[in-house]
Design a protein around this ligand. Structure first.
Ligand code: ADP
Ligand code: MG
Length: 667
C-alpha cells in the first residue's frame, strides 16, 4: 500500500490527522468518498430572495475598507461588478485578505444574500472566476485541523496518479450494465465532470460493493457447508423428546420446528451456521438449551456467549434448574469470576470436564482451550460481529454455530444480508401471553403516568423505568437515572422500594440490585438501557421509558419485551416531549417483524443495520436499504456467477477468486 507521506504536502502531522479519519494509506484515500456535493453555479440575481445562498463572480471595484467593530471583530467591505451589477460584499474577521483584494481582480464570492441592502455576507472568497459550466465540488467529512480543500487536494494527487483500479465485477456484468471503468468511476466520484457521470460512477461503485459483499457471503456459505472438520453426531432423539416432554410447558410449533432444524444440522455432516431469530419473549433460550443438550448427549462441549453479565447469570441459573436431573457439568465465566476459579474452569474446559460454559463473550474467547467444543451459541447476536468466533483452541474440529437475535428482520432482507446463514424464525409467542399494551404520553402528562404506575404497584407488580443517561449533564432536556431516582422516591419512596442500575456501577452492585429486583425486594428499578437485553422478571408488568424519541424502534421494542413475560397484563409507556409518528406506531403493534418492516421502510437501515457491523460488510457507499433494488439484482448476479465458477469456467476470474480465498479468513 502506498504511504500517505508520499503525497506532496502530507507530513507526519497531516498523516496522523488522516489516520483519525481511518485513512492509513493511499488506497484508503481513494475510498474515502464525499458524503455530499456542492454545485457551484452562478446565481441568477433576479431569482434570489432575501437570505438565499449566493454564488457570484466578477471584478473588484475600488479598494476594500476595513472597519473595526471591536477589539477582535473586524470587517472588510468592498464592491464587485458582476456583469454590470454592482454588489456590496461584507467579510467578517479576515482582515488579512486586505492585501489580496486589489482593484480589478477576479473574484468569486459565496455567501448569503441580503437583498434589501444588495449585500453579500461572504463565507468564502476565491480569487478566480466561475468555470463556464456548473462545478460540482465534493464535500468530505473532516476532522479538526484538516480542511476540505486540503483533503480534496490530497485525493486529487492520488487519482491523477497511478492507483489500484482492479474491479471485482466480472467483465460480462460490466458489459451487461454498461458500467464505466472502475478507474473512471473513482475519478468521477472525487472530481465529477458533470452530474450524469457522477451518478453513473456512484452506480458502479455501489454495485461493486454489493456484488462483492454478497459474493463473499455466498462463498462463505459454500465453504462452511464443505468444511471437512464439521462434526457429524449420533444423537439419541428419544432422550431429547423425553427431555422436552418434561419441560413445564409445551413448545410452540415454531420452537419445535427450530429444534428440528437444529438437530438435523447437528446430525448431518454439514457444519451448522444458523441464525435463530424471534421476537423478545418468543422463547429462544429453551431452544438453545435443547441444542446444548443434544450436543451434550453426543459428548461434545457447548459454549453459550451472551453480551452482558446480568444475562450470563440469568442463563446460568436457568440452565441449572433445567438440567437439575442431568449430569451436565455447567460453569459460569464472567468478569466477576475469581482468578482462582477461572483457572480451574480453564483446566476443566481443557480436560473436557465441563460440558456447558456460559459467559460473556470476551471471556469465553480469551485463548481458552477446549477439549472438544462442538457447539457455540451466541445470544443477542446482533450485539457483536458474526465472525469473531474461531478464536477457540479446539481439537481439530469445527464447532457448529447458532446465533440468536431478537431483532427480527424481513425475510427477503435477511436472506440478503445474512446470505451466509441458515435461518430459523420463531414467529408466534407462547400461548397465554397477553399483549403488552403500549401508551404514548407527552412529558407534560407525567401525572397520568404516575397514576398508572401507582395502580400497578398497588397490585404488587414491579416497574422498570428507563432513562437515556446516567447523570445530569448540560442537556437539561434529557432525563437521567439520578434525577429520576429522586423524582420516583418523592412520588413513591414512602411505601415502595426504589433502586437503580446502570453501566457505571460495579458488577457486584449491579448483580445485587438485579437479584433483589428478581426476588421482588425492589418495586421500581430505574436504569439505562442495560436492561435491554434478555432480562427476565415475570412479575414486572410495566416499563416507563423517558425520552423515548431518542431510541430506535427496535431498541424500544426490545425494552418493551422486558414486560409481558407471564400472564399478567403488562404496559409500556413511552414518554417524549413531542408526538412522534413512529412512537404512535408502537402503540399499534407488538409484532417485531412488522416493526422492523416499518423501520426498514421509514428510517433507512437504522437499528437494523446494527445487526451486521459495517466494517465487516465493506459497504461504504452503498446502503442495503436505499440500494435494496440494486442489491436484489446483485444477488441474482452472484448466484449466476457462482454457477459459472462451479462449472470451472473461471480462468478469467482469478483475481476474484483470490479475493474470495482471503474471505475464508473471516470465518
Ligand atoms: P427470548 O426469545 O426473548 O430469549 P426467552 O427464551 O427468555 O425469550 O423466553 C421468555 C419466557 O418464556 C421464559 O420465561 C420462558 O421460560 C418462557 N417460555 C419459553 N417457551 C415457552 C413455551 N413454549 N410456553 C410457555 N412459556 C415459554
Ligand atoms: Mg433471550
Amino acid at each position: 500500500m502506498l504511504k500517505l507521506e508520499n503525497i506532496e504536502g502530507v507530513g507526519p502531522k497531516t498523516a496522523s490527522l488522516l489516520n483519525k479519519l481511518n485513512i492509513y494509506n493511499q488506497q484508503d484515500l481513494l475510498h474515502y468518498y464525499p458524503y455530499r456535493y456542492d454545485v457551484l453555479k452562478r446565481s441568477n440575481l433576479s431569482e434570489l430572495v432575501d437570505g438565499d445562498r449566493i454564488v457570484i463572480d466578477g471584478k473588484l471595484e475600488g479598494q476594500p475598507t476595513i472597519i473595526y467593530l471591536g477589539p477582535k471583530l473586524k470587517k472588510l467591505i468592498f464592491r464587485i461588478n458582476s456583469k454590470k451589477n454592482i454588489l456590496n460584499v461584507t467579510l467578517y474577521n479576515r482582515p488579512y485578505l486586505y492585501n489580496e483584494l486589489k482593484c480589478g481582480r477576479d473574484v468569486t464570492v459565496i455567501g448569503k444574500y441580503d437583498k434589501i441592502k444588495n449585500t453579500i455576507i461572504a463565507s468564502e472568497i476565491r480569487f478566480e472566476l466561475l468555470p463556464p459550466n456548473p462545478k460540482i465540488e465534493p464535500i468530505y467529512h473532516l476532522t479538526a485541523g484538516l480542511s476540505n480543500k486540503q483533503l480534496s487536494k490530497f485525493i486529487n494527487t492520488v487519482i491523477y496518479g497511478e492507483f489500484d483500479d482492479t474491479s471485482y465485477i466480472p467483465d460480462y456484468l460490466n458489459e451487461k450494465y454498461n458500467f464505466m471503468k472502475k478507474r473512471q468511476a473513482i475519478f468521477q466520484v472525487h472530481a465529477p465532470s458533470d452530474i450524469l457521470s457522477l451518478k453513473k460512477a456512484r452506480q458502479v461503485l455501489k454495485y461493486e460493493e454489493l456484488f462483492v459483499y454478497l459474493l463473499r457471503m455466498s462463498y462463505l456459505k459454500r465453504h462452511i457447508n464443505q468444511d471437512i472438520n464439521a462434526i457429524k453426531r449420533d444423537i439419541d432423539k428419544i432422550k431429547i423428546e423425553k427431555f422436552i416432554k418434561k419441560l413445564p410447558f409445551e413448545l410452540t410449533p415454531d420452537q419445535q420446528v427450530a429444534v428440528n432444524e437444529i438437530i438435523e444440522d447437528l446430525t448431518s455432516n454439514k457444519r451448522m451456521n444458523r441464525l435463530l431469530q424471534g421476537d423478545v419473549g418468543s422463547g429462544k433460550t429453551i431452544v438453545a438449551f435443547i441444542a446444548s443438550y443434544a450436543n451434550y448427549l453426543a459428548k461434545y462441549q457447548t459454549a453459550l456467549m451472551v453480551p452482558t453479565e446480568i444475562l450470563a447469570n440469568q442463563h446460568y441459573e436457568e440452565a441449572q434448574r433445567l438440567f437439575a436431573k442431568e449430569k451436565i457439568n455447567i460453569a459460569l465465566l464472567t468478569s466477576s469470576t475469581k482468578a482462582k476459579e477461572k483457572k480451574e474452569i480453564y483446566e476443566k474446559l481443557e480436560s473436557g470436564e465441563i460440558d456447558l460454559i456460559i459467559g460473556t463473550q470476551s471471556l469465553i474467547q480469551e485463548k481458552i482451550k477446549f477439549n472438544n467444543l462442538g457447539l457455540v451459541i451466541t445470544d443477542e447476536q446482533h450485539r457483536f460481529g458474526v465472525n469473531q468466533r474461531n478464536n477457540f483452541k479446539n481439537k481439530g474440529i469445527s464447532p457448529d454455530m447458532l446465533s440468536m437475535s431478537a431483532t427480527p428482520i424481513p425475510r427477503t432482507y435477511a436472506l440478503t444480508i445474512y446470505g451466509d446463514l441458515d435461518i430459523s424464525s420463531i414467529k408466534t409467542k407462547p400461548i397465554g401471553r397477553k399483549e403488552v399494551i403500549t401508551y404514548f404520553k407527552k412529558e407534560k402528562d407525567i401525572m397520568e403516568v404516575l397514576e398508572m404506575m401507582k395502580q400497578e404497584l398497588e397490585q404488587k407488580h414491579q416497574i422498570y423505568v428507563v432513562a437515556p443517561m446516567i447523570e445530569d449533564n448540560d442537556d437539561s432536556d434529557v432525563e437521567n437515572v439520578q434525577a429520576l431516582e429522586e423524582k420516583m422516591t418523592k412520588a413513591f419512596g414512602k411505601v415502595y422500594k426504589i433502586a437503580s442500575v446502570h453501566g457505571k456501577l460495579d458488577t457486584k452492585e449491579k448483580n445485587m440490585t438485579m437479584k433483589n429486583f428478581e426476588a421482588g425486594k425492589i418495586d421500581i428499578l430505574i436504569s439505562t438501557t442495560v436492561i435491554e437485553v434478555g432480562v427476565n422478571v415475570k412479575n414486572a408488568s410495566m416499563i416507563v421509558i423517558f425520552n423515548a424519541n431518542l431510541f430506535g424502534l427496535s431498541t424500544l421494542h426490545q425494552l418493551r419485551g422486558r414486560v409481558g413475560r407471564s400472564d399478567i397484563q403488562s404496559y409500556c409507556i413511552l414518554i417524549s416531549k413531542q408526538v412522534q409518528e413512529r412512537l404512535r406506531f408502537l402503540e399499534t403493534t407488538s409484532d417485531g417483524f412488522e416493526i422492523s418492516e416499518y423501520d426498514f421502510e421509514n428510517r433507512g437501515e437504522g437499528d437494523l443495520f446494527g445487526i451486521r457491523q459495517s466494517g465487516e460488510t465493506g459497504l461504504i457507499m452503498s446502503n442495503t436499504r436505499k440500494d435494496y433494488k440494486m442489491m436484489l439484482k446483485a444477488k441474482d448476479d452472484v448466484e449466476e456467477f457462482m454457477d459459472k465458477l462451479s462449472n470451472n469456467d473461471n480462468s478469467n476470474y482469478s483475481h476474484i477468486l483470490s479475493m474470495l480465498n482471503n474471505t475464508q479468513n473471516l470465518d
